[in-house]
Ligand binder design. Sequence first.
Ligand SMILES: Cc1ncc(COP(=O)(O)O)c(C=O)c1O
Length: 363
Amino acid sequence: MTRVPLPDFPWDSLAEQTARARAHPDGIVDLSVGTPVDPVPESIRAALASAAHLPGYPATHGTPELREVAVEALRRRHGVAGLDPAAVLPTIGSKELVAWLPRLLGLGPGDTVAIPDLAYPTYEVGALLAGAAVRRVDGRTALGPERPALLWLNSPANPTGRVLGAAHLRKVVDWARERGTVVVSDECYLALGWETEPLSVLHPEVHGGRLDGLLAVHSLSKSANLAGYRAGFVTGDPALVAELLAVRKHAGMIVPRPVQQAMVAALADDAALAAQRERYAARRVVLRPALERAGFRIDHSEAGLYLWATLGEPAATTVDRLARRGILTAPGSFYGPRGGEHVRVALTATDERVEAAAHRLTA
Ligand SMILES: Cc1ncc(COP(=O)(O)O)c(C=O)c1O
């Protein structure tokens, strides 16, 4: 038996810097991961509890109510039109789908998965789990005549916070259609636009009325503080979603029934989303100028949960420098070779910890 060759888990390599940051007399400010710290909204907790008594197996496809509420939320919040509720498939958070999607779609040796040159590491892991090749690309032109089976988009992007505009997205979709490439857009930060309004790949301005070959991956982790519940969904091309549903039914990839009910509440509660956006916007307003006053240049970062910051030196040096001040960040090299001089600074810490970081940066 040969094990699938996977890279080391990036965050495991931060043990030394974590220990150094923890030793700070006023405690660590951990800005290295994008994990929510604010409470799960009351409406969502009540919905979870309301389904706690149900003993039966849940449907892999989710409840009809969940599928309809998801379509309605995408229409209301993001202008997505023409989606069939049958083409919504709940996922156990979005990371498992990202990691297994190439395999679930039947990709394997001989296929190529194209991923952004700076990317969430799980896109690469998903290709490796399927035995497919990985190509990092900055824009479609870098691929030339190649025909990847699958191309990942991530706008707003982790780690850079970059947003792809309508024209860019349209070009990618047209390019992929000419080659029979499936475009999968990871939209877990779509609701967190600060300086610009991010667009879904399922917006009519992008796809021109055709959903074939397109999938959008959504997560409730960041928008509704549901990282602990494991709640996401995938939607788009009905034929592709039907393929995924067929395999996931066999494989037991089912979202627990109480979590499905929690998702219904989260997707209906626009006030909770607005309140969460406000919290992150306020933290960003504190952290960004503090980093700039400390000499950092912030690139992109117009949306999403991170500030993509550089001192123009190797990322490891910057991570060490900040760890000595008790602030833990992720080196850009976790996300691809081009990230070697940046650090990713997450906005996911309490107001008190963000103030502490700003104070340490500017003192
Ligand atoms: C780009 C991106 N996609 C997917 C995920 C996975 O999120 P979850 O599994 O919580 O839905 C993350 C988490 O940080 C992410 O940054």
